[in-house]
Design a protein. Structure first.
Length: 51
């Protein structure tokens, strides 16, 4: 029972993290760019992100 409970909580946390990453990607805040155009060589601004 305890193992199932811990697994369910962990799965929920992972799902929330993935959901957050997808939302950030759609809003132009991907982990590759991070709001610093030196990392993506200006590709963020081509996609309509405003930095």
């Amino acid at each position: 029972m305890g193992t199932f409970l811990v697994g369910a909580v962990l799965a929920g946390i992972v799902a929330l993290i993935i959901r957050s990453m997808i939302r950030d990607k759609k809003n132009g805040k991907s982990i590759q760019c991070g709001g610093d155009c030196r990392h993506c060589k200006g590709h963020c601004t081509e996609n309509g992100a405003d930095h």
